[in-house]
Design a protein around this ligand. Structure first.
Ligand SMILES: [Zn+2]
Ligand SMILES: [Zn+2]
Length: 171
């Protein structure tokens, strides 16, 4: 249904929905993920072997310019890569694990509240908001804790330094 809405608004903007554009829109919308241009190209090629990279990149640019697709950098987790999702989704924040790259989506009232607070505070009219939060998922937190333990165990004993610190404090 979302894709139909997008197709409708494309028509309104006078953009012809070619078969190839349709394939890309469908992929972005149905994946439910945040795919980069290269991955989208690979998936699109499976549906239409005649599709080439240039067309895919050009189409993404067009969809973005038409306000139908959002381009995200997701905290640059994957370097300079950009990721795409449809604008038909409800506003949400992206919560990105800086270690494994897992992306969670946070929906909800706090985001709307933040938007209202910013508008009131600055007398600003928000058109577009993008919220990204970087950190470590619970799985990676556990892995990091283990790594730090291992690093501490492998490090040379630091007893003399501790001894000195204690001696200083005693004075
Ligand atoms: Zn993680
Ligand atoms: Zn998202």
């Amino acid at each position: 249904m979302a894709v139909d809405t997008i197709k409708g608004s494309l028509r309104e903007k006078g953009v012809r929905l070619t078969r190839q554009r349709g394939i890309l829109l469908e992929l972005i919308d149905k994946s439910g993920q945040h795919l980069d241009a290269e991955r989208l190209f690979q998936l699109a090629k499976e549906k239409d072997p005649k599709l080439n990279r240039v067309t895919v990149y050009r189409t993404l640019k067009l969809l973005k310019a038409g306000g139908l697709v959002d381009e995200l950098d997701l905290m640059h987790y994957g370097g300079d890569q950009h990721y795409y999702e449809t604008r038909m989704k409800q506003e949400h924040a992206h919560v990105i694990c800086l270690r494994c790259g897992k992306v969670e989506e946070f929906f909800g009232e706090p985001l709307h509240r933040l938007r209202r607070q910013i508008e009131t505070h600055f007398g600003f009219q928000i058109v577009l908001a993008r919220t990204e939060v970087g950190g470590y998922c619970s799985h990676c937190q556990a892995l990091r804790a283990r790594e730090m333990e291992q690093a501490a165990a492998a490090a040379p004993p630091s007893l003399p330094a501790t001894g000195r610190a204690r001696a200083k404090r005693a004075v």
